[in-house]
Design a protein around this ligand. Sequence first.
Ligand SMILES: [Zn+2]
Length: 103
Amino acid sequence: MKRVFRAASLIQVAHARNVLLSAGIHSELRNQYLAGALGDLPMLETWPQLYVDDEDEQVALRALARAAAAPTGVSWTCAHCGEVLEPQFTQCWRCGSTVSDKH
Ligand SMILES: [Zn+2]
């Protein structure tokens, strides 16, 4: 298994998993419940992570890169505060910036 994605937010990981699913790739979610449970692990190692079969790694990485680069239909990151927002939102719930401010 190869790790192809990880993020501090389970929402981001769930989104990435959906991207892989729509690309026909089965992924395995790890660390879903681990965050905060093991204080002696490095922070990054406690993040939720997606693993795919070795032979799916390159296809998975390309699918994730495509999704990240797509102009619509994917989560966007608020240019002002860095919050990651679902595509159906046009305004950042955290700081109020609008979607037109996105990069
Ligand atoms: Zn914001």
